[in-house]
Every structure is written in structure tokens, then in C-alpha cells.
Design a protein around this ligand. Sequence first.
Ligand code: NOJ
Length: 735
Amino acid sequence: MNETKLKQLADSLTVKEKVAQTIQLNGDLLIENDVMNTGPTKELGFSDDFDLSAIGSIYNVNDPQKLYKIQQKIMAESKHKIPLLFMSDVIYGFRTIFPIPLAQAGSYDFELIKEAAQVTAKESYLSGLHVLFSPMLDLSRDPRWGRVMEGPGEDVYTAKEFAKQVVDGYQGDLSGDVVPENHVGACIKHFAGYGAPEAGREYNTVDMSNQRLFNEYLPPYQAAIEANCLLVMTAFNVLNGVPSTGNRWLNRDILRERFGFDGVLVSDYAAIEELQAHGFTKNQKDTARKAMEAGVDFDMMTPVYANSLEALAQEGPEIMSLLDEAVWRILLLKNKLGLFENPYRGLESEATGQVLTEEAKAVATRLVEKSSVLLKNEQVLPLNQQQKIAVVGPYGESKLTIGFWASVSGKPQDSVTLKEGMEQVFKQEKLSFAKGFNLFDSYEGFGPLKEGIEMLNGKIEPEAALYQQALATCADADVIVVTFGEQFLESGEGASKTNLQLPEKQKRLIKGLAALNKPIVGILYTGRPLVLTDIEPYFNSLLLVWYPGTMGGLGIANLLAGKAVPSARLAMTFPRSEGQIPLYYAQNSTGRPAVDSTHSTRFISKYSDETNEPLFSFGHGHSYGTVSGNWQQVTEAETALQFTYQLTNQSDWQLETVVHLYVKIHAASIVQPVKKLVLSEKIVLTAQENKTAKFTLPKAALSYYDNAGVKHAAAGEMTFYLSTVNSEDSLTINL
Ligand code: NOJ
């Protein structure tokens, strides 16, 4: 629709109809047996005469047939025929579920991450969705927080690259000002700082200096905005004393003015109403006013806008014009998606409903291979085809490997189990399996999920019997593979933890198996870094597979067999103990660093009962071969630095090695981290190959912000560290 007509449409709406456009409700709540169901909205506090057919958007309906019927109904019954916008919590895959974002980020294969996002966009488009509530770009350095699984980890550079590729992959080429076929809008979240709740407790207060906000927490969102993401979601948390959802400075001055975001801002679930619970607003009307003033366009799942905006708008021209702005942005988004031309976008194609294609599964398998991190390897991996392999642990045969946030549209039933994967790659007669322990202690307390989980995961069996069976299964094995870790409900939203250790029964089993004195390989399934300090020594090799998604079993089997070679690096630090948290690699030095300090050992920055070091640092990750390297040259051009580096593959494997370039700026008006990642590249080296690699670093990548948000160029002495899979070289220059 051209803008003049769109404007006419906007102008023709009554205030009530405008308000309705700003409402977003969960579709399942709203639609029952294909008819509009007003019961639940009344419970939410909407008034009786609220016209459900005039609302702007629904979310989390993922069935194309259902969406088709809903849209048909809206087009038939609503006065202005404004199509409904369909959004959904598709975070790392629609039906083809990819490894969790925290895993993907560690692949440092940003092209592959984009390919995965394209697959997700296509499956979502073909299922009728218009906008996905992802990528989540909340930097996080606290593994107690359950949602670390949904984001790209602790590092700013990594999160920025991840942001750009996912947004690009979802939205495709927007140069024609429309979202092309097979693509959808990206809604980045949660603006801002949601990944830094105090004490790692979900929904808790966030308080941080402005320099930290500008240097670390805001850049990933900004990178997505520069990649033209069409929507942003606000955050639940208070940021520096003001709830993000009612934060005018954050959402108008920073998001819109400074970052140039002109898309739609949606509140998180009930976050507008919660402004009052935060103690930031007096009543519903005050809440609606503050959220509008902060520029929040969609009210997700609360009656605040619905009940109060009309009166507010009629009372004052200021709110009326803010409402007009919000509605205009919502209509522009619908127009960009081509909904006025075709409200059934994606729902009338020959391929509608097509998911899990061979092509999609191949991308997912590759991403499992590229994002599983080899934490440790004492030459046990890859496994040899002649060995008898005992696979112990519930993840051998479990399909519950897609992680918490995939369950909205994904189906665990689609997953390839480790057993199925291994049977494709190894000789079946060499394999034996035992459950080892129950993944869940009980199925009580899971409400409506109980039946599904029980069906997928099987009966809870006596632990003692499982333990004995496991030992018996290993009796004549040459090598033991143990699967262990968290079950999927232990991470994700609302899953903060203070204890990141493995449960006792898992430790007992691992120790029992290690006592058999056979080579032992651990495969760790988890949504967050765990504290593995006491258990790690029992493994000869340890492969971290996170939640690997639909194709997990096959990708992992390929790695175990050496049909694929590990190359991923940790996107988040594994601490040695919970007491070290937050522990991340890009910390500042202190005036009394633990090493090289002139003070006596008592009066330096350290603990009396633990080292400062993590168990596995950010960037850690082995491969099946080693790579060495040395600096050749650094040249300085006006806007960039060019590094030349010689890499040598010392193995007979073809390796894809992730090269990281870090910098330490020695003196700056804002103290700089001891090390920060500024570049990552993937280099393929054939067996024993020697290669000269060149890396170009824009000088702008070295700049930093002060507490007033002013940008400074870095100058003076700085040290660069070039790190390959197992070596690190430093070089100091003066700029
Ligand atoms: C709350 C979560 O914080 C957000 O990430 C999600 O998109 C919404 N609920 C909608 O389900």
C-alpha cells in the first residue's frame, strides 16, 4: 500500500480503534475453536466491550491452518480489514531446532549462523508467521541466570556479530523496503541490560555504570539496529533505577535518537502493567502514560493501554500524538511485511507448512558439529571404529535435547538421539547403551507438561538399579562415553540457580565409571556453564554439546567418530566455583592484580579459598589437531591495522581453526579490560599446512565510551594477542 493510502487508513481510525492496534495477546488465549474467546481477556482485566477483532497482533500460534482461519475471520469481520500481525517465540529454530544461541555463538561461523537463521525464517514464513521474538542479545556474565542459553554469551564482539547475522538471515534484503518472501521480521530483545540481574536472579534489578552500558551491554542491540531489525522488545528489569519498559531516556533518547531505531517497540509480557509493581507508577492510567511517553508501541498481554489510553488521549493532545505515532509505526510494519497486499503471507504457497527439509537438517547437523566445544582431550577422541563403546547416561536415548525455548514451535519428537546418530556412524555391534540415572528426579510439579515429559523420557526407575546396569554395560567395553548435565527445564526463563554443580547421583555415577579404569569421555548437555571443578579430572575427554537441537545425535556422533572435527570455542566462561561469579575474561585489571603485584600476597585481589582463574575460560576449545603460529608483520593505514600471521597445522587433520584477536589498551581515560576480543576469523588448514593469514582491523573497533556516552579513539601503547586453538602470541605496538 502506498504511504498516502496508509495515512488515510490511519486517519480513518477512531481513537478506540487506534488503541486496539497497540494490543498484543497470546493467540491461544484469544482464540478457542476458531472463535474469538473473550473469557480470558476479561480475566486479564479488559472491559466487556473491548473489540477483539480490532487488535493489532497475536503471538505464539504456530499452526498455519489455524493462522489462516484467524486471518480470514479478521478480514471478514473487522471494520477496517487491517490484517493481524503474527509473532512467535521462535528463538533458535522453528521446527528444525538448532543448537542454543550460546552454543551457536561459540562456532564463530557467522555465515553458518546466518544460514541457520535463514532456515528458521523460511520455516516460520511458510507457517504463516510474520515476526520472531529473537535474537535475544542480552550480554550475560552470570551463569546463575537461566536465560544465558538464549543469548550469545559474555563477549561484546561475539554478540554484535551474532546479532547482525541473525537479523540479516531472518529479514533478508530490505532494500526494496519490504520483507521478502521466505523472510520474517526480527524482534531483538530485551532492551536493555536484562542479562545482568543482581545476583543472577531472574527479573531482578540491574544497576551498572553508563560506561559499562555503552561499552558492553548496548552495542549488541545497536549492531542489530544498524542491521535494520524491524522490532525491539523492552526488558522486564529496572535499569539504574528506572524500569526499562517505562524508561524514556533508554527508549527514546538512546534507542530511537542515538541509535536511529524507527521500528516498533513491543513491551515484554505484562511489562507495562508491572511498572506499577516496580513502584514506578501510581495506577493504570499513570502506567499507560509513562509507557506511551517511553515510546512503547505494543502492550503485550495487559489491559493497560486498552483500558486507559483512549481517555488519556482525549484528555491531552500530547498522548494523542504519541498514540498516533505508535499506530503509524505498527501500520508501517504491517505494510513492510506486505500484509495489506496479502494478509495470508506464506500461507498460500505450495510449500506452506514445509519444515524439516533435508537441507534444513543438514544445516542443523553442521551447526552441531561447529558449536560443540571440546573442553578436554587426552587423545581418547576421536573414537576408533574397532573399539567396543559403552554409552551410559540418559541422553543416549533421550529426545529432550532441544532446550527450554524451542518448545513453543519445536517438537522434541523430531530429534535424532545420540543412539540413532551413533548407529549411523559406528558399527552397531560395537555399541551398548545404559541409562545410568534418571534425568528427572520426579515428574511432579510440572503441571500440564508432566504427561509429555513422562512420555518422552520414560518411567522413573530406581537409581541403584540404573547404576548397577551402567557398570555391567561397561564391563567389557574398551571405552566409556557418559552423557550428563542439566535437563531442559533447569535453564531458560525463570530458571536461576545458586548451585551450578552436578547432582550427587551424576557425580557418583561418573566416579563409579572412572573407577573401572577405562578411557572415559564425557558429553555434557546444558543450557549454562556449570561448575565442574571436582568432576572434570575423572574424564579423559570432555565434549560440551549444550542443547544441540533436532540433529544433535548425528552431529555429536560425527564428532565422536572424527567425521567432523571440533573447532568451537566457549562463548561463556566456566567458573571453578559459584563464588567467583561474575567471572568473565574481559575484566578490568585492579590496582593490585593477583599476578605481578608489588604488594604482599595477602593484600592483592584474590580469594583465600579459590584461585581467580576459571575452570574453562571464554575462548577455550580444543580440536583434534594443534595449530601454531607467529607474527609476521603489523602495518598501520589511516583507518585500519593490518596483521600478518603465519599459521601452521601440526596435525594430519584438515582443521578449521578459529583465530581470535584480542587487544589490551594500556592507558585510557576509561580503564580498559585486560583483554577484549576485536576480531575472529575461521581459517581452514589442510593437513600440515603452513599458511599466511592477513587480518584487517578497523581502528574504530578500538574506540571506547566514557560515562557520558562520548566515544574516544584509542591511542598509545596497546598489546594484541592472537590466539589459535592452542597457542597465543602477543605483540605490543604504539598507535
Ligand atoms: C517473556 C519473555 O521474556 C520474552 O522473551 C518472550 O518473548 C515473551 N515472554 C513472549 O512469550
